[in-house]
Design a protein around this ligand. Structure first.
Ligand SMILES: C[S@@+](CC[C@H](N)C(=O)[O-])C[C@H]1O[C@@H](n2cnc3c(N)ncnc32)[C@H](O)[C@@H]1O
Length: 235
């Protein structure tokens, strides 16, 4: 099982049991489905994009779908994927309750093929920090680039390095790579550091390193405010 699966599945099982509606509710950051963490950035970003009528959007790592439903309610044609079936089941329910049409499916973004439907917008609402290894991130960013129309935009909100964030207990942070590891049993994807086993957990890059990674993947950074970015394909 890949390093990003078990943690996310457990989170959505907890979320469903507690009757919560989105990932950030688990951390007390939100309590209303329609008020999701990157909503303000998305609203502001949309005013800056040149988009056709009824733009095609792909959101990966959509969770229970708050951003996907928000866009669908505003006339976007939305495909939205997430790794975890429990998240997609809730997303479908919330979309139905709101009367909006989103094509949700269970898919691993690391396995997303490059040659498929192309989009006016590819949206990431805090998924990329969970894609940790260089190999997986390169696959995701290559697919994002290829799935963007030549006039399309990659709208990304991701956690980044925060000098005040504390890594303790099971967690350790490698400042050179920006990788946060979590203690784990030996197994697929686990690595040994100083004699202990860890799984990759998050990638918290400094803003300049994130920008360099995107540029190297053929995505030109149009604007960046910390972990909120708008990118276009390198022409
Ligand atoms: C921090 S949560 C954010 C969820 C949602 N975008 C929101 O704002 O509520 C990150 C999401 O990425 C999903 N995810 C992590 N790895 C993934 C992968 N490889 N493929 C697809 N989704 C993934 C998780 O299941 C989770 O729903």
């Amino acid at each position: 099982m890949r390093y990003y699966y078990a943690e996310h599945q457990a989170a959505y099982q907890r979320l469903a049991q507690q009757g919560l509606t989105q990932w950030s509710d688990l951390f007390g950051e939100t309590d209303e489905y329609d008020v999701f963490p990157n909503r303000a950035f998305l609203v502001q970003a949309l005013t800056r994009l040149e988009l056709p009528h009824e733009p095609d959007v792909l959101e990966y790592g959509c969770g229970t779908g708050p951003a996907a439903c928000f866009l669908a309610a505003r006339g976007f044609r939305v495909d939205a994927i997430d790794l975890i079936p429990e998240a997609i089941a809730l997303a479908r329910r919330f979309a139905r309750e709101r009367g909006v049409n989103v094509s949700f499916s269970v898919q691993d973004v690391c396995a997303m093929v490059a040659d498929g439907k192309q989009y006016d917008v590819v949206l990431d609402s805090y998924c990329l920090q969970s894609i940790v290894t260089d190999t997986d991130r390169a696959k995701v960013l290559a697919a994002v680039r290829d799935r963007l129309k030549s006039t399309g935009y990659y709208v990304l909100s991701t956690a980044i390095h925060d000098p005040d964030r504390v890594y303790e207990g099971d967690f350790r942070y490698d400042a050179t790579t920006g990788i946060c590891y979590q203690a784990a049993e030996p197994g697929d994807d686990a690595i040994q550091l100083d004699g202990n086993w860890y799984l990759p957990h998050r990638r918290h890059l400094r803003p300049a390193a994130l920008r360099a990674e995107l540029e190297a993947a053929g995505l030109q950074v149009h604007s960046q405010e910390g972990g909120d970015l708008i990118c276009v394909r390198h022409r």
